[in-house]
Design a protein around this ligand. Sequence first.
Ligand code: 13P
Length: 251
Amino acid sequence: MRKNVVAGNWKMNTTLQEGVALAKDVNEALKGVTPKCDVVICTPFTHLASVNAVIDTDKLGLGAENCADHKSGAYTGEVSAPMVASTGATYVILGHSERRQYYGETSEILKEKVALALENNLTPIFCIGEVLAERENGIYNEVVKKQIEDALFHLSAEDFGKIILAYEPVWAIGTGKTATPEQAEDMHAHIRSLIAGRYGKEVADNTSILYGGSCKPSNAKELFAKPDIDGGLIGGAALDAASFMGIVTAF
Ligand code: 13P
């Protein structure tokens, strides 16, 4: 059966020293509890090796926030999937709306990133979600369907089974405006039915689909209570160990 997952996305926040301190705080907080979910922190590239050295990776997974769409070579400033894996990280966020919006990531590029992540035994946390105008125009189901079809549905069932999805409505990211549990559940059920249509019910039932967008300790319980919501991808609230733990323990 699918896993529940709470993953932090630190985005472009914290210096190395601040990041290591935050990771240590989360690691320490986890010692006292047995969470009913896998817990992951996704940090800036610069922090990965140092964070890996101070956490118990049996209890706290580590991931990057992106990786390059090439394996190696003359791509100044890029960080490859093998490089990420060599730090000890085992997850990578791909297709975050901020990458799509500000750095022009298309489904074609994301296909390459997904392939390289899988080749290097990194679990992709693959983000999808509509912008506000698409929500208001009522085309959100089609938008998300196309994002998934274009970037993922060429995969074999075996490879698709290695992916965690994260539904992040762009209008809910960093805005304090969370999707209602009903809006999120409707979308998650839609996504699961698309997966069932392509790969069958068993693969669909085994796929973890996280919600992201202004998820906080105060609203996590209600969201995670929904049958198709298997956890969260957490931005702002992951930058404070206590609030992140408040979400982890919402299961
Ligand atoms: P916030 O939790 O800050 O809204 O960010 C969500 C997000 O983008 C996680 O990837």
